[in-house]
Design a protein around this ligand. Structure first.
Ligand SMILES: [Zn+2]
Ligand SMILES: [Zn+2]
Length: 147
């Protein structure tokens, strides 16, 4: 057993409270401008934070799962509709959690933008973060821009 680091534990849940979760060992965080995130959230962008899949669990309730593509699965609350998480069968040991569903969303800052090729034209985030037209140069666990 590793030493517990309370600041590393992230708690969150859906709007109505039927779903609650905990996660730890944050990997990275970023904005996704893909059409699937836009349509599934009804929002111009989703901000995600990645965790090892084994470090995420629901502490209350059971998510409803929607297959948004051949490889993607999205967890929703069946009662209030909040989208909680995204999983890809191409990266089975990772789960991405909707940053806005965290109890402390300001505690995680996005580090990059992906799928900006489908970014909505009137929507702009004024930052200097790296931007990728697709899912980035390294779609595996680490997305690091070229130096
Ligand atoms: Zn709910
Ligand atoms: Zn997306």
């Amino acid at each position: 057993m590793s030493v517990s680091r309370p600041q590393d534990i992230r708690l969150g849940g859906c709007l109505c409270g039927d779903l609650r979760y905990r996660a730890s060992e944050l990997i990275d965080a970023g904005y996704c401008h893909c059409r699937l995130c836009q349509r599934s959230s009804g929002s111009p962008v989703l901000a995600w934070v990645g965790f090892p899949a084994s470090r995420f669990s629901y502490t209350k309730g059971e998510a409803t799962i929607f297959a948004s593509s051949d490889t993607g699965r999205r967890d929703f609350c069946a009662r209030c509709g909040t989208q909680i998480a995204f999983r890809s069968s191409e990266v089975p040991d990772r789960i991405d959690v909707n940053i806005a569903s965290l109890d402390d969303p300001a505690g995680v800052e996005p580090e990059y933008h992906i799928w900006v090729e489908s970014q909505i034209s009137w929507f702009e985030i004024d930052d200097d973060l790296p931007r990728f037209p697709d899912d980035g140069p390294d779609p595996a666990l680490e997305r690091r821009p070229a130096e």
